[in-house]
Ligand binder design. Sequence first.
Ligand code: BGC
Length: 755
Amino acid sequence: MRKIYLSFILLFCLGTSVMTAQERIPEVEELLKKMSLEEKIGQLNLLTPGGGIATGAVVSEDVETKIKAGNVGGLFGVSGPEKIRIAQEFAVNDTRLGIPLLIGSDVIHGYKTTYPIPLGTASSWDMDLTKELAQMAAKEATADGINWNFSPMVDIARDPRWGRIAEGAGEDPYLGSQIAKAVVKGYQGDDLTKPETMLATVKHFALYGAAEAGRDYNTVDMSRLRMFNEYFPPYKAAIDANVASVMSSFNDVDGIPASGNKWLLTDILRDRWGFDGFVVSDYTSVNEMIAHGLGDLQAVSALSLKAGLDMDMVGEGFLTTLSKSVKEGKVSEEEITTAARRILEAKHKLGLFEDPYRYLDNDRPEADILTKENRALARKAAIRSFVLLKKHNNTLPLAKNAKIALIGPLANNKNNMLGTWAPTGNPDLSVPILEGFKNVAPNAKIQYAKGANISNDTSFAKKVNVFGERIAISDKSPDALLKEALDIAKTSDVIVAVVGEATEMSGEGASRTDITIPASQKRLIKELSKTGKPVVLLLMSGRPLDISEEMQLPVSILQIWHPGVEAGNAVADVVFGDYNPSGKLTATWPRNVGQVPVYYSMKITGRPAPTSEFAKFKTNYLDAPNSPLLPFGYGLSYTIFEYSDVKASSTEFTAYGSIELSATLTNTGNFDGEEVVQLYIRDKVRSVTPPGKELKGFQKISLKKGESKTVTFKVTAEDLKFYNSQLEHVFEPGEFEFFIAGSSDSEFKGSFTLK
Ligand code: BGC
């Protein structure tokens, strides 16, 4: 029988249930005393005049009148100090109490200096870089008058059909938590009154990434054990990093949509985790509870407020029904005061009461936005986000004087470089791949042909083209496009084909049931691979794709996501060897969509398949192996890294001590390079079934060719904790196995015992 460390549980319980109420801010309390019920309700209302991407059916109307009437607590979708000043003046000069507005925006992967989509930057596994990028985004956004960011999105996503997998860090709670912390710290800094910092929002609380069948906004249903162990950690990490606000998600959580779920928004978020900021709904997510089946607007608005939601995004349910609900005794004025207090406290944290125009300096946009340094950082991030998926005949890197046939619908294209959710970025400023090649390798002889449309399907293209022409269907026939490509291939030494998804094929409202490369491009790739010339595929996408067929072809494959404003330059840096790729996948790539969900930490089950061969009455498939096409943590380099001497500093340790797990890493190839060294641990026996393995640490190491380094991870009992069936965060003594490797699909190499 295993003994649980009761004292640690006790400590845990004490630490989380005895919440010290945040000290009240006298200035805010004074203000609250002066406010009428209507003025308090006004603070809970967030509007958008529709300047950004309107993701719902509604865009706020009569914004000016509403601000002047004291009916607005914040705005989003407005940018630029001059415009924002006008709105802020309405609030400050024309309302009775002159309370300034929060100014929000979705700054998901850069403000105007767009860097790679979050799934791409996550692939860098570089936390310093991650924080630096967030700092840059905050500096640019605040220069443009924005003080509140609707980011980071930390939803764990294990379903590549779901388009919003692009917006997060992938499938793993540990890595996701590290990234959540780094991003929050980057946006908020250590002093929110500084003009270059802004409020961060962790979203979408909670479980939004687990939508059934990968269909956006669909139902979520999962056990609390799974929530706590696998889906909650990144949100909690953001709370622990002091995130100022939380955005509730659209989906059901245990039968009650998140925006009206008291268990989630109060019992967990505030009482258990100690969150003391404010909760904002997602876009009309309060109103959407009518469609969910929970009653009329008055009922769902009251439900949300009572659940712990403080600010209503766009739907105006709070604004139009709460005072009636107070009169009818359905909500109390006290509950409204509590929500208003949280909004006012956020404004106070930003220093807006001292100076409502703090972020409105007309000189800052010019000085701080899209600077040379910022573009350089976006380029640095992009090269670190690329993942080398397949090497063939050492075709890469290319010589800078090579004769290249640069082919593909994404090879000379500005519209798809930024990726999803970049509403403040400008695609026209992005560097196409062709231009980047010319910049980095001016002596290369480059011929270009489009080769294929992203898709030939006009009805599909229409759905993707909602925010601009991402899929442009050529007047030329597919055969004519292909012929042009094959013609230039004949007179070149090497073919580089830039293929994959258009920007709006991932992201919000962009789920796919077929995650292969579109047929038009598959045909192009096949034909190019038959030419006998070396072929490099530069693969662009906002999700893991099913590239099982392409992996069989004699081609090299570099995954470049949507690289951002510096796309072409960054891609060229890697293709021509100025940087050796070091990215690693943060979400598993399936062999086909039928394997989904497939993730590295899956449980073993009671009937594990003994080998990769099919075994009857074991957990496996008739028509595919269990293993994915490309595992979590996977990514190659131009050089070769060999792991040896994987060992533990001792065979056992106690809860009061620690153990060191180490490996020697040697660069045995021909290039200097960087490697993400990953530690995985498996708890062999415990009171609830353990995952097959779990990432518990990683370090990004740089090694010159021929160089060796020993990488050490210090592990304590704290690192071995999990949530048990009582949802207590505990460790249990016993045996653990581990390995240290460059990917999650390695074998266990050692073990130790926690006494
Ligand atoms: C998205 C959020 C976003 C909000 C405001 C919603 O549709 O789900 O992530 O912050 O719109 O733009």
